[in-house]
Design a protein around this ligand. Structure first.
Ligand code: 5AD
Length: 360
């Protein structure tokens, strides 16, 4: 009881100051009681409502290539996975996804893919221009990995609005245990800084329960996010993927992911925070739980049904049912049931609208 009281006070301070000492964060993360998780959730929900009311934004996810030149140990589409069934959508197929999505009410499209050398700036720029030309009322998000600062500038100049690049872990040593030697933590962070200076609304994030992750790593991730001040943060539980070195590792904890969603909301009140597909895959109703814990974005899949099962970054990834864009009506109902409302608008980061005179 005494401990519960102490934790409440700590959470109240986190809510008021949007910050805690690393030592206090550690105690909070190590407290596995339901009371603590529930109080965190309540506070996070209150803080989210201050900025966003009960709005939940939707993003139409287009997984447009699963070719990847990288070999991340955790990822099912790593280049060493010879069993991955590779595909690449054509420009026409991508534009068709946007058309379907726009009719359904999506006003943000997310082009997500592996680091596919086919998609040079010369190919991406006209695609971006066409999507933004066809749908000037929509935001376009890219999630296509590490590129040069020059490339980021070109993609931004072509009209892309946002960019997701998870930092994966803020600790270079931990980063080295998740990635082959050719990849570097410092380059990852430089990419994130370059994205910000190119004028993208930028998203970072990490997996919860990735192999070798410690509580101190997680605290480092929270501190990194606080310092970097991204417009978006994506987190989800690690889920083992077949034909990867980590296939036999344990799945990340759903409860820890939910607590972290709440803590990230409290530390970064206005951040756009998705209830991710990984969370939905790891737990029944995972997405609804994520929203209740302080997330305010969901990203249904707009990829053609024929390729959906091929974008297997981890096993058993949701590809049917409520996950799909076609089930948007059902998603709206499910959100209404728990007191939230899906908004069919762009849903930019709040101060970004002010800066750009754009509040659609
Ligand atoms: N489990 C959970 N998330 C994963 N990602 C990649 N592989 C996995 C996995 N096995 C995440 C990474 C990447 C994002 C696109 O998906 O954080 O940045």
């Amino acid at each position: 009881m005494q401990n519960t009281e102490k934790m409440r006070k700590t959470i109240d301070r986190l809510t008021a100051d949007t910050m805690l000492d690393p030592q206090e964060l550690k105690l909070l993360l190590q407290d596995n009681s339901n009371e603590t998780a529930e109080y965190l959730r309540e506070q996070a929900d209150m803080v989210r409502r201050r900025t966003y009311g009960n709005s939940v934004y939707i993003r139409g996810l287009i997984e447009f290539t699963n070719y990847c030149k990288n070999d991340c140990y955790y990822c099912g589409i790593r280049c060493s996975n010879k069993k991955a069934d590779r595909y690449r959508l054509s420009k026409e197929e991508i534009l068709n996804c946007c058309e379907t999505g726009h009719e359904l009410g999506f006003r943000t499209f997310v082009l997500q893919g592996g680091e596919d050398p086919y998609w040079t700036d010369e190919r991406l720029v006209p695609l971006i221009e066409q999507i933004k030309g066809n749908y000037p009322d929509c935001a376009l998000t890219l999630s296509i990995g590490e590129r040069t600062p020059e490339s980021y500038r070109k993609l931004r100049a072509a009209g892309a609005d946002r960019y997701l690049l998870r930092h994966e872990t803020a600790d270079p040593k931990h980063y080295g245990r998740l990635h082959p030697a050719e990849m570097s933590h410092s380059n990852r962070i430089e990419c994130l800084r370059a994205l910000k200076s190119s004028g993208f609304q930028t998203g970072c994030g990490f997996m919860v329960g990735s192999p070798f992750q410690t509580i101190d790593n997680i605290i480092g991730d929270l501190m990194f996010i606080k310092e970097f001040q991204p417009e978006m943060v994506g987190i989800g539980p690690f889920i083992p993927a077949s034909n990867t070195p980590f296939v036999n590792e344990a799945q990340g904890s759903v409860e820890m992911t939910l607590k972290l969603i709440s803590i990230i909301r409290l530390m970064n009140p206005m951040v756009l925070l998705p209830a991710t597909t990984a969370l939905g895959t790891a737990s029944e109703d995972g997405r609804a739980k994520g929203i209740r814990a302080g997330a305010n974005v969901v990203m249904p899949n707009l990829s053609p049904v024929s390729v959906r099962k091929k974008y297997n970054i981890y096993d058993n990834k949701l590809a049917t049912g409520c996950e799909t864009a076609e089930s948007l009506d059902r998603l709206c109902l499910n959100m209404e049931k728990i007191g939230y409302k899906i908004e069919k608008i762009k849903g930019n980061y709040p101060t970004f609208d002010r800066k750009n005179g754009d509040d659609k």
